[in-house]
Write a protein of this length. Structure first.
Length: 210
């Protein structure tokens, strides 16, 4: 509550700020719940989405959609879930796996240039699910991630996620990056991702104009 006292504006510290109700299943605000749009499917290889603690709580995060639709997708909060992060590190260092990072660093190979034998050797894919600035921080904190073989998307369509702006003109959302990567690597098209993505955008537009 805002009070005016002799021309000065003060904040009533007794005021309680009402928090948004959260759906217990999809963990989005109930006004943007997308449970009705979820269709589950298994990706060709297991996926790992690494988030920071801020992104994991962001109401417009699309990585959660990937976790809901793809049964072998794993979302890890790199700042708080130390056990899961340690298990992923051990997997990456194992000689029995070929974990590949999807991130446009300086050494990344364009996906469309990979030979079929190269693609078939990939056992797991890692995506960085946060802003560009925070992705740099995450990679600096965990250099073993950056040491992985990396691949990147090129010449992708402009992002359809207009409700969340990016400082990079060619930046795309996490769900778009996952979808396009699976298409380019495996020809894997999953309509459920588009369905959830469209539902999230539709609800947010309705919420913002209400």
């Amino acid at each position: 509550m805002v009070k005016i006292i002799k021309g000065a504006v003060t904040i009533d510290t007794q005021t309680t700020v009402q928090k948004r109700d959260i759906c217990a299943n999809c963990h989005y605000p109930t006004v943007t719940c997308i449970c009705h749009a979820v269709v589950k499917v298994e990706a060709p290889v297991p996926l790992y989405l690494l988030q920071d603690k801020w992104e994991s709580r962001h109401a417009k995060n699309t990585g959660k959609l990937v976790g809901m639709c793809i049964t072998n997708a794993n979302i890890i909060n790199a700042d708080e879930d130390t056990k899961a992060l340690c298990e992923l590190k051990n997997l990456c260092l194992s000689t029995n796996s070929n974990v590949t990072l999807v991130f446009p660093d300086d050494k990344a190979l364009p996906i469309k240039t990979l030979k079929r034998t190269h693609v078939s050797a990939i056992t797991h894919l890692i995506f960085i699910d946060t802003t560009w600035k925070k992705a740099t921080r995450l990679l600096a904190l965990h250099p073993w991630i950056g040491s992985l073989e990396s691949i990147k998307l090129e010449n992708v369509a402009l992002s359809r996620y207009e409700i969340r702006k990016s400082k990079h003109d060619k930046g795309i959302s996490t769900i778009e990056a996952v979808e396009e990567t699976l298409i380019q690597l495996y020809g894997f098209r999953q309509q459920g991702l588009d369905r959830c993505f469209d539902a999230l955008k539709k609800h947010w537009r309705a919420y913002q104009t209400s």
